[in-house]
Design a binder for this molecule. Structure first.
Ligand SMILES: *[C@@H]1O[C@H](CO)[C@@H](O)[C@H](O)[C@H]1NC(C)=O
Ligand SMILES: *[C@@H]1O[C@H](CO)[C@@H](O)[C@H](O)[C@H]1NC(C)=O
Ligand SMILES: *[C@@H]1O[C@H](CO)[C@@H](O)[C@H](O)[C@H]1NC(C)=O
Length: 956
């Protein structure tokens, strides 16, 4: 049926395509998106592949309506949405079932930007569109909007047998060296200064809270400029829950009580905002938020009114526990909570973010301690065990001791499965596979989920969890009818619910060759202490503290991490004054070894937690060297704040590394070379320019001479003419003048490579001169004398070649335009989004050393941050930390080519980006406050902070 239909309408489609191209050429300003959608093609992949090629159409599965977008995602690869391929010509628009767009299919009912001239073709287009077959809508997404579908606890597919549940370690906590400095008496002056600062911090926190309360109460985040709200974290009042313990610590009890009252209303079985729960963010912000608030407000001895905090933690944890129900008990990190989906068995992703996988342990451990339920501890202990196995396994990671950014947590050995699948193929099948693999740029064999039928039916062999390299380019799920008959797995005979689905809702085959965690991705592995890895490392020493030192593996794991980070990642940046500071690089291995590594000398805000981690680990495990390394790391971030025009470190930047950490002299030449690696090329260009400029000077001289001669001839001709009776001249120009001009034109047109404009210019001048002379001939004495007297050579000069910038000029121009402080090579992401990591490490070093130097550093950070982020009602992330008011006075004498950056310079203040993430109140302001609070307020010897700055009580 389908191919026939396609053929019938092929003329229309081809016509439509031509019109599309014409439209594009006629008006590049018209709404391209609209033109595209208006001309979209069949919805199902035509069986006739030739027709498909002709139409340049790529099949895209229909999409369910997606709720609002996500703000702070550390990983995007697990999304069930196919990634649109950018280079494709015509795309099928996504199916919209909601009423938000009146025309449906992404088309408005009227097409305002398509002009009347295209009405005819528009009629043809809609004719084509109407005849196309319906799109299959996956049934799990069909949901009447009137009835709320709530999460229901599914029965487990892969339960842990009771006797195998890993229990919390028991016994008397081990003695652990103290973390905090032994603070003595405080002088009255010191106290006065400290308390004044403390009060200022609290006032700003109150301000942010009031803004939230007034404009965004019950929502996830306040938008601090537009004064509305947004809900990127399921809409369970993320800011409110995250800020609970901050309110308590700051003594804002009324606000705390009011917030606790609201907590009762939260319903974790439903979200109007997200169909997938981001497990990591939900755990650290919400679960951590409840537990921290419960612990600081009294814990087990708390007021009855605050017991709700623990109840809510349990309620939320019960929802989250389902993510561990996978064959290897590794968690699903983006959890589709809708019952119709949730009932099916799942497998963890082949691309799990390291941070997301490794940063669940403290929250679930604390919950297990508070409730006595070992199942919560079991859930995270299994992840630790798997990470320990990966860390210790020979050939486990490219940089032994630390983990790559992406982990394959599926538990299925793709290599082994591919081999057996291949062996089981017929010869023809093998041939087919060989051909397909040859074409693939990164042949990887077949994934665990692939069946022989899949291969023979042409299913994408690399599609395991719906996230594969190929999937990025081409996603063609098999038609529903070809899904193999479902066989219930042996461990769960009763639940026959149709074909099993993996985390992305794709059919999955549950038989696979098991394995532990392995590096995910294809070919390259990236290692850093930055986003998507950071907090996994932070949790090893912290988990040791939380367990009272009773689980030694957290210590050994931390010590291996610490050694590997020193060996591979830490470096000293080169900066004026030679500060003794450290940063942590990002390293990529392309061959799963540490032999040929690619380094990025980054200074990123997220990595700033590392100072605190080294300080804490160094103290509790008795390593003075680590404490010193932590100090240098904390100082690195403090330095990055101080040298920036706004006094705030950018989100992401590059610095210049020293070859040796113990011998590092500032070298401006080296800095310039790092900013501009094209120094040689630039000098060559300059030399070339010198030659061509000299030629130009010569040429100008010659032209002037020629023109002077021509002018002279013209003048002579005129005077001769004046001497004769006027009417004897009929033909206008004196032959001499004409000849001179013609020579000039010829010279330009042949010897010089003139631009079209220049040619026109020359021709115009010649015409004009002829006209003038004609005019003079006819109406003597009334010609435009001024123009006539202008030497024509002046108007005909070739343009002077533009002088290119030398290496030094180029670098200095860039430094000036972008406000790059000495030592930085590039400011890649200039935002500051109210992040806490730098002040977190400064706080640790104040509590560890007792030195008021750290309070002063923190205070300067605070003043800079408040000055740049304060809005009318709260605080907002900003777009550019490299703007200082002085930058407006920057000279404009240096040539600038980049218009954007020119405009940028006119900006005198960073712009607000209208975002106040929940960690502003939960973390940043809390650490600022604790830096100036009495040292026994949330002492590091009594509490341990989760990665969202929620303090959990350590066992005593
Ligand atoms: C996966 O299987 C291959 C082939 O059998 C084997 O060499 C490899 O060690 C396995 N990987 C893991 C992590 O078990
Ligand atoms: C290979 O094929 C044989 C016979 O069809 C079957 O018994 C066996 O399970 C298959 N092995 C795999 C790994 O698919
Ligand atoms: C500074 O750096 C340049 C370029 O790397 C190098 O040639 C020069 O020797 C360095 N100067 C000093 C004093 O180290």
């Amino acid at each position: 049926m389908l191919p026939l239909r396609i053929r019938r309408y092929r003329p229309f489609l081809i016509g439509a395509f031509i019109i599309l191209v014409l439209l594009y050429h006629v008006s590049q300003n018209s709404d391209w998106e609209l033109s595209q959608s208006a001309l979209y093609s069949p919805k199902k992949a035509p069986a006739d592949s030739a027709a498909k090629d002709r139409l340049n159409v790529e099949y895209q599965p229909p999409q369910p309506p997606k709720p609002t977008s996500i703000a702070r995602e550390k990983q995007t690869t697990t999304s069930a949405q196919p990634t649109p391929k950018k280079e494709t010509g015509i795309r099928i628009p996504q199916l919209k079932t909601s009423n938000e767009v009146p025309g449906g299919f992404g088309l408005p009912t009227s097409a305002p930007t398509v002009g009347k001239a295209h009405d005819h073709s528009a009629a043809e287009e809609s004719h084509v569109a109407v005849k196309l077959p319906d799109r299959p809508v996956p049934e799990e997404h069909v949901e009447p909007t009137s009835t709320k579908e709530h999460w229901q606890k599914p029965s487990e597919w892969f339960p842990v047998p009771k006797e195998s549940i890993i229990k919390l370690p028991t016994g008397k906590p081990k003695p652990i060296p103290t973390v905090q400095f032994n603070f003595g008496e405080e002088s009255p002056e010191a106290k006065e200064k400290r308390v004044a600062r403390l009060n200022k911090v609290r006032a700003e926190a109150q301000r942010a809270w009031s803004g939230y309360k007034k404009y965004a109460w019950g929502h996830d985040e306040l938008t601090p400029v537009t004064r509305i709200s947004k809900d990127p974290f399921c809409g369970w009042a993320a800011t409110l829950v995250d800020a609970l313990d901050t309110l308590w610590i700051m003594g804002l009890r009324e606000e705390f009580d009011e917030a606790v009252e609201y907590v009762k209303e939260l319903d974790f079985t439903y979200s109007a905002h997200r169909s997938e729960i981001p497990v990591f963010e939900t755990t650290i912000r919400y679960l951590g938020g409840f537990l921290g608030a419960y612990d600081v407000s009294g814990g087990e001895k708390t007021k009855a009114a605050y017991k709700i905090l623990l109840d809510k933690a349990v309620e939320l944890a019960e929802v989250l526990m389902s993510v561990f129900d996978t064959p290897n008990r590794m968690p699903i990190l983006y959890y589709n909570w809708r019952p119709s989906f949730n009932e099916n068995p799942k497998r963890a992703s082949t691309r799990s973010g390291m941070a997301e996988l490794g940063t669940l342990s403290m929250e679930f451990t604390r919950l297990a301690q508070l409730t006595g339920e070992n199942k919560y501890y079991d859930a995270v202990a299994r992840i630790t065990n798997a990470l320990e196995d990966l860390q210790n396994r020979e050939d486990g990671t490219a940089l032994p001791g630390i983990f790559p950014e992406n982990i394959d947590a599926s538990g299925c050995n793709r290599t082994a499965q591919a081999a057996t699948n291949y062996d089981n193929l017929s010869d023809a099948g093998k041939q087919q596979v060989d051909d397909a693999t040859d074409l693939d740029e990164e042949p990887q064999g077949y994934t665990a989920g692939t069946t022989v039928q899949d291969i023979q039916s042409g299913k994408d062999p690399l599609d395991l969890n719906g996230v594969t390299k190929r999937e990025l380019n081409r996603r063609t799920p098999p038609p529903r009818s070809s899904v193999p008959e479902y066989q219930p797995p042996p461990w769960k005979g009763a639940k026959n619910q149709g074909p099993p689905r993996d985390a992305q809702g794709m059919p999955a085959n549950w038989d696979c060759v098991p394995q532990g965690l392995v590096a995910g991705g294809w070919g390259s592995e990236s290692y850093s202490m930055g986003g998507s890895q950071d907090s996994a490392y932070e949790y090893f020493p912290k988990q040791y503290l939380l367990l009272g030192g009773l689980e030694d593996k957290y210590r050994t794991m931390h010590e291996k991490v610490s050694a590997a980070v020193k060996k591979y990642l830490l470096f000293r940046p080169m900066a004026p004054g030679n500060p003794d500071i450290l940063f942590s690089a990002k390293v990529t291995s392309y061959d799963h070894t540490d032999q040929k590594l690619n380094y990025e000398w980054e200074a990123t805000h997220l990595t700033c937690f590392l100072g605190g981690m080294y300080g804490l680990g160094g103290k509790i495990f008795g390593s003075p060297e680590d404490v010193e390394i932590g100090r240098k790391l904390a100082d690195g971030c403090a330095w990055a704040y101080e040298v920036m025009p706004t006094g705030i470190m950018p989100e992401y930047s590059m610095v210049l590394p020293c070859a040796k950490a113990d011998d590092c002299q500032w070298n401006q030449t080296a800095w310039y070379n790092a900013i501009d690696t094209e120094a040689e090329w630039r000098d060559e260009q300059l030399k070339k320019w010198e030659v061509s400029h000299a030629e130009w000077v010569q040429e100008v001289k010659m032209l002037k001479k020629e023109h002077a001669e021509a002018e002279e001839a013209a003048a002579k001709a005129r005077s001769e003419q004046e001497a004769k009776p006027k009417n004897t001249y009929q033909t206008g120009l004196n032959p001499g003048v004409h000849q001179g001009m013609q020579q000039d034109v010829d010279y330009h047109l042949t010897k010089r490579r003139l631009s079209e404009d220049d040619k026109i210019d020359v021709a115009k001048k010649v015409n004009k001169l002829e006209d003038e002379l004609d005019l003079n001939n006819n109406i003597a004495g009334h010609g435009p004398q001024d123009q006539q007297q202008k030497p024509m050579s002046e108007l005909l000069l070739p343009p002077e070649p533009e002088k290119p910038l030398s290496h030094e000029e180029f670098v200095e121009d860039r430094i000036k335009r972008e406000n790059i402080p000495p030592g930085f090579v590039s400011l890649n992401d200039k935002r500051y989004i109210l992040r806490p990591e730098a002040i977190e490490s400064v706080f640790y070093y104040y509590r560890i050393t007792g030195s008021p130097i750290w309070q002063d550093k923190g205070w300067r950070m605070f003043e800079s941050v408040i000055a740049a982020t304060r809005t009318d009602i709260a605080h907002s992330a900003i777009d550019n930390v490299a703007i200082a008011s002085t930058s407006t006075s920057a000279s404009t004498s240096t040539p600038t080519k980049d218009k954007d950056e020119d405009d940028n310079r006119k900006q005198t203040k960073p712009s607000f980006t209208d975002s106040m993430e929940s960690f502003w109140l939960a973390e940043t302001l809390k650490y600022f406050y604790l830096l100036f609070a009495e040292p026994d307020v949330v002492s590091l010897d009594e509490y341990v902070f989760n990665t969202e700055a929620h303090p959990f009580k350590r066992p005593t």
